[in-house]
Design a protein around this ligand. Structure first.
Ligand code: TPP
Length: 245
């Protein structure tokens, strides 16, 4: 990715067995396959994810995804379209990531203090989970300092497609993902440089979905939804009740 801040607009879909053929039929070109490992981090009380902020290390590179609008705001205007598409700001510069994480944590602790009239939570120990043991140990003291531990770790095989030319689908990318815990999901996405037009990205995604014959109006589970549901049911339940998933 060229810029360190952009908005990712995407719609997930269930892949049929003949999805690759369908993609080729509408002019999509496979631009390659890759495999990557993701490790996701949060505090033990889920301070980040409960604010819809997702910190991950993908093949050694840090990325932060933050919700740009709340779910309620997202439903204003074009409810059907908005609900199916998610929008997240993506930050890939480590200093900007650390700044944003600190900011979110400060807000989080502030809320807790007002809500419960208690002191901010101070974590004594960093629990050592299986994932945390495998996490990068190079120069990652900031993780310890912020009490961030690895809560999910999985590998994905991804096949990516794009559309050539200047047509309706220019800038649209379709990823077919297969996670190592046995879940497949497709994603139609457009990366919008910060400040640029989101509505046009939503329209392009809608158009591509139509051309692929995606008729479902149901929100499709992402890899993380399924991972947490299976392996971290407590975390999953908290995110569900906070309307994050
Ligand atoms: N799943 C759905 C369907 N919507 C969401 N808003 C989320 C999960 C919460 N979420 C937002 S970003 C993120 C998660 C879990 C991290 C993973 O992003 P995702 O786009 O699923 O994975 P990627 O394509 O980046 O591998």
């Amino acid at each position: 990715m060229e810029s360190t801040m952009s908005v990712e607009v995407e719609r997930k879909f269930v892949c049929d067995a003949d999805i690759q053929k369908q993609l080729e039929e509408i002019g999509a070109v496979c631009i390659g396959q890759k495999q990557f490992q993701d490790k996701y981090f949060d505090t033990p009380d889920f301070l980040l994810t409960l604010r819809d902020v997702w910190l991950r290390c993908r093949q050694g590179c840090w990325e932060l995804k933050c919700a740009t609008v709340t779910k309620a705001e997202d439903r204003v205007g074009e409810p059907q379209k908005a609900e199916l598409c998610s929008r997240y700001q993506e930050i890939t510069n480590l200093s900007q990531i650390q700044l944003k994480v600190r900011e979110v944590m400060k807000e989080g602790n502030g809320e807790k203090k007002t809500a419960n009239q208690t002191h901010p939570v101070v974590h004594q120990d960093t629990p050592k989970t299986e994932g945390a043991k495998n996490c990068p140990t190079g120069n990652e003291s900031w993780l310890m300092e912020l009490n961030l531990v690895c809560f999910a770790e999985f590998t994905t095989q991804r096949c990516s497609f794009t559309f050539g030319g200047e047509g309706d689908e220019s800038g649209v990318r379709v990823d077919l993902d297969q996670a190592d815990f046995g879940y497949c999901v497709g994603e139609i996405e457009v990366l919008v440089p910060k400040g640029e037009d989101i509505q046009s990205a939503l329209r392009k995604i809608e158009k591509t979905a139509q051309r692929l014959g995606l008729s479902g109006h149901q929100r499709v589970q992402g890899k993380m939804d399924v991972y947490l549901q299976r392996y971290c049911p407590e975390h999953y339940a908290k995110l569900l009740s906070a309307h994050i998933l």
